[in-house]
Each structure stands twice: as structure tokens, then as C-alpha cells.
Ligand binder design. Structure first.
Ligand code: C2E
Ligand code: MG
Ligand code: MG
Ligand code: MG
Length: 278
């Protein structure tokens, strides 16, 4: 009986494993063609000042509409792109496209905003990264100061000495640098100080349960904001959805909010419409 059960369990497990693997394979083969088939686009999500709800920046978020698989979320394909080495080309495309879009909005005379672009760990090892980004910004006639690069703690800590050099070079070139998903990794406070980020993005997981009754998360977020302030970094709360979260963050002195409460990620034309009223 035990043997039978064991075998059945194995059967189920191996089927799942098999389905998972072939699914990944299908995803990967479709991802290989995504660029040349022009299946990528960008969505832009506003970051607003808490004090007056003005839009200060927008984060460029990659969207993939696969002809074969339909809409695939970044949560599914970015990790795969990272493992397969496709992420370098993808992030390059994202940066160019974001700069191109920024140029269009500036030409339209829209209220100027900072454009944030995510940078993956593998991209960070690229030897001429800063020069390459500078060249693209120049070609698209975008001041580096209006571009912000978002890095995660994993990027910064994978190779701290190299990260330190690259982050300094990025900032010397005039780009802004933000630490994304703060609190989910293992940055030590001394690293935070040495890296000199302009902005710290508080991960959504700390925002989700941010209610007056939840003393623990309130204390954590208060601590993060105090730390950021003492290191002269601006704070952005990610994934803010409710009025209650907004009020708590306001009381805690958070600078900016990015979340569905203000806006979901928008198509470029939708964002332009929003900017034209602000
Ligand atoms: P992220 O950089 O932390 O981006 C924020 C994510 O939170 C986005 O998910 C955004 O749509 C989502 N979000 C914002 N506000 C809310 C909210 O109020 N509620 C909820 N439930 N979600 C909210 P998205 O677009 O699915 O992207 C997921 C992740 O994929 C990003 O997390 C980022 O790590 C990665 N990613 C997206 N685009 C790129 C890219 O161009 N390059 C790289 N390397 N990674 C990217
Ligand atoms: Mg980000
Ligand atoms: Mg984030
Ligand atoms: Mg994230």
C-alpha cells in the first residue's frame, strides 16, 4: 500500500515537474522571438509627492504581449530572461524606449518628470554600462538627471566593490540611482551609506498591512524612513492601494507614493493625458 502510494505520488510529482519544464521551455522559445517580433511595450506608473499629489516621476514597466501565449507578466518572464541571459538585450531595449518616450513627452511640452528604469543584476556587470547609457541618453537628447536607475539589493550585494564603482560612475554621469524593493534583501546600513542612493523604495510587502493596529509594520516603516532621512535619501512607498495606507505613510513622513491608489501603470498616451492636466 505504501509502495503504491509512493509510486502514485512520484507519478503526480514527475508530471508536474514535466509540465513545469515544458511550460518554461515554451515561454523561453517565445521570449527568444519577442524582440524581433516587436511584442514588447512599456507601461508607465506615476510616482507622486505625498504633500500635493504632484507627479514627480514615472516608472517604466515592461509589458510582453506574446502572439503565441498572450499577455505574460514580468513576474513570469523577467526571472527567465535573467537565467537565460536574454535580460541584457531586453533591459537595453527598455532603456532606449524609455528615453525615446521621454523625448516625445518633452517635445509635446508636457510637465517634466523623472523616468525610472529597472536595471537587472546581469546588466550591472556590463563593462561599459555607464558609457552605453550616457550615449543613449545623448542620442535621445535626454538629460541624465531626468533618468533614474532602479537597482535591487541583490544587484548591490552580489559584488559590492564593483557595485560601488558603478553606482558612483552613474551618479557622476548625472543619473539618479534608486534602491528598489528595500527590505527584502540584506543590505547592511554601512553599505547603504557608502552606496549613496538618491532614493529608497520601500517594498510593497511592508505597505500591505500598514494599518494603525499593525504596530510591527508601522515600526518597520518608521525605521526605514528615519534611516533614509538620516542618509539624505528620499523615500517612495511601493504598492499603496488604500486611503488608510496613504494616511499612515503621511503620518510617518514618507515623501512619495507609487501605487494603484493614484494610478495603475498606464500606456504612454494615457500617461500623456494625465500629465497634460498636471
Ligand atoms: P518593481 O520594479 O518593484 O515594480 C513595481 C511592481 O509593482 C510593478 O509590477 C507594478 O505594476 C506593481 N505595482 C505598483 N503599484 C501596485 C499596487 O498598488 N498594487 C499591486 N498589487 N501592485 C502594484 P510589474 O509591472 O508586474 O513588474 C514586476 C517586476 O518585474 C518589477 O518590480 C521589476 O522587478 C520587474 N520588471 C518590470 N519591468 C522590468 C524591466 O524593464 N527590466 C527589469 N530588469 N525588470 C523589470
Ligand atoms: Mg522597480
Ligand atoms: Mg519595487
Ligand atoms: Mg519588485
Amino acid at each position: 500500500e505504501a509502495k503504491k502510494k509512493g509510486r502514485n505520488n512520484f507519478q503526480v510529482y514527475s508530471d508536474k515537474l514535466h509540465a513545469g519544464a515544458s511550460e518554461q521551455l515554451a515561454l523561453l522559445s517565445a521570449l527568444n522571438f519577442a524582440m524581433e517580433r516587436q511584442e514588447f511595450s512599456l507601461a508607465f506608473q506615476p510616482q507622486v509627492a505625498m504633500k500635493d499629489r504632484r507627479i514627480l516621476g514615472v516608472e517604466a514597466l515592461l509589458r510582453w504581449h506574446s502572439t503565441e501565449l498572450g499577455e505574460v507578466s514580468p513576474g513570469q518572464f523577467i526571472p527567465l530572461a535573467e537565467r537565460s541571459g536574454l535580460i541584457g538585450e531586453i533591459d537595453k531595449w527598455v532603456f532606449r524606449e524609455a528615453a525615446r518616450q521621454a523625448r516625445i513627452w518633452q517635445d509635446e511640452g508636457l510637465h517634466e518628470v523623472v523616468i525610472s528604469v529597472n536595471l537587472s543584476a546581469s546588466r550591472f556587470d556590463e563593462p561599459d554600462l555607464v558609457e552605453n547609457l550616457q550615449a543613449i541618453a545623448e542620442e535621445e537628447r535626454i538629460a541624465p538627471g531626468t533618468i533614474e536607475l532602479e537597482l535591487t539589493e541583490a544587484v548591490a550585494l552580489q559584488n559590492p566593490e564593483q557595485a560601488l564603482i558603478t553606482i558612483s560612475a552613474l551618479r557622476e554621469a548625472g543619473f539618479r540611482v534608486a534602491l528598489d524593493d528595500f527590505g527584502t534583501g540584506y543590505s547592511s546600513i554601512s553599505y547603504l551609506k557608502r552606496f549613496g542612493f538618491d532614493k529608497l523604495k520601500i517594498d510593497k510587502s511592508f505597505i500591505d498591512d500598514l494599518t494603525i493596529e499593525n504596530a510591527t509594520d508601522v515600526a518597520i516603516v518608521r525605521g526605514i524612513i528615519a534611516l533614509a532621512k538620516s542618509l539624505k535619501m528620499a523615500t517612495v512607498a511601493e504598492g499603496v492601494e488604500t486611503e488608510e495606507q496613504w494616511r499612515s505613510l503621511q503620518e510617518l513622513g514618507c515623501d512619495e507614493v507609487q501605487g494603484y491608489i493614484f494610478s495603475r501603470p498606464l500606456r504612454p498616451d494615457q500617461l500623456a493625458e494625465l500629465l497634460s492636466h498636471s
